[in-house]
Design a protein around this ligand. Structure first.
Ligand code: BJW
Length: 246
């Protein structure tokens, strides 16, 4: 990508610095080699739990205890000392340091591995595992260990209204206006470690392509939308991402 920018300065030079020229989208595949499960691979999260039970507002309404237990377990998993950013997270953070105003990192992941790798402000379009949200006043809070179902919201005082700050099926992903503005103005769109099955993220490649961007897929295997990309590099993220960035 560095050589693309060096030989095609147009996308970089022609835009105001507030509009990023490179949009990066990451999914669960980038965190797989850090020890976190993907969703749809054979050993993925959805092979163990039904998404209707734990990743929908209806599932939460039916059985909040089960949903909290599911996210508590994943929060503990994220604190495992062996779960650390890998070479792919680090390569993207390097790229952002090189071109701070030109790169927008959008992630579908709710883990914090991009932040721990040094990415300054990834857009978490599906929320964040380490935050809670109050269903009454919409306040977003750090998820302290002692927060529970029965706790009061520290912001509005409502009781038992705290839920994981994640985007479930049927809910609107976060930061969509900013993401869509960036996609329709960027010069390059790179999709990393995502199966391309969940919308609206699965439609980003078409949006960017229609707007004239060069589109690149970096994934273990061809995703559902692989044929929509100008260029694909398949292999583990810790190999293909640093190789592409350098
Ligand atoms: C590696 C690797 C390695 C492995 N190296 N790679 C019918 C048609 C079209 C759309 C819909 C429809 N019915 C309903 C919808 C909408 C629905 C949807 O898309 N459903 C589809 C399943 C059909 N979407 C929604 O409801 C979304 N909201 C919405 O659409 O609002 C309306 C709207 C309208 C207009 C504009 C905007 C919005 C919300 C979706 C919420 C998704 N939530 C989850 C859970 C979050 C919390 C949690 O983590 O628990 O988000 S589901 C889950 O899937 C999670 C992920 O972020 C998301 C994407 O998964 P991802 O990252 O792609 O993971 P995998 O496992 O699928 O793929 C991993 C890839 O990595 C694989 O390809 C591997 O090969 C690869 N890999 N190892 C590199 N080492």
């Amino acid at each position: 990508v560095a050589s693309f920018f060096l030989s095609n300065p147009g996308p970089l030079m022609s835009r105001a610095s507030a509009i990023p020229s490179l949009v990066l989208l990451t999914g669960a595949g980038i965190s797989r080699e850090s020890g976190l499960d993907t969703f749809r691979d054979a050993d993925g999260v959805w092979s163990r739990v039904r998404l209707e039970d734990v990743a929908t507002p209806e599932g939460f309404e039916r059985d909040p205890v089960k949903v909290h237990a599911f996210y508590n377990a994943r929060r503990h998993g994220l604190r495992d000392p062996e779960v650390v950013p890998n070479a792919a997270h680090l390569a993207l953070a390097r790229l952002e340091r090189l071109w701070p105003a030109e790169v927008l990192l959008v992630t579908q992941n709710i883990d914090d591995l991009h932040e721990r790798a040094g990415s300054p402000a990834p857009l978490h379009m599906h929320g964040e595992l380490l935050k809670a949200r109050c269903a009454a006043c919409d306040a977003v809070l750090p998820w302290a260990d002692d927060l529970g179902l029965e706790d009061r919201c520290p912001s509005c005082g409502a009781e038992a209204t705290l839920r994981p700050h994640v985007v479930w099926f049927g809910e609107m992903p976060l930061e969509m206006e900013r993401i869509e503005a960036a996609l329709t103005a960027c010069g390059v769109f790179v999709s990393i470690g995502t199966s391309g099955t969940v919308y609206p993220a699965a439609g980003f490649v078409s949006l960017a392509r229609r707007a004239g961007a060069r589109t690149v897929e970096l994934n273990l295997e061809p995703s559902h939308g692989a044929s929509l990309f100008h260029e694909c590099h398949h292999g583990p993220a810790t190999g293909v991402v640093p190789a592409f960035v350098e």
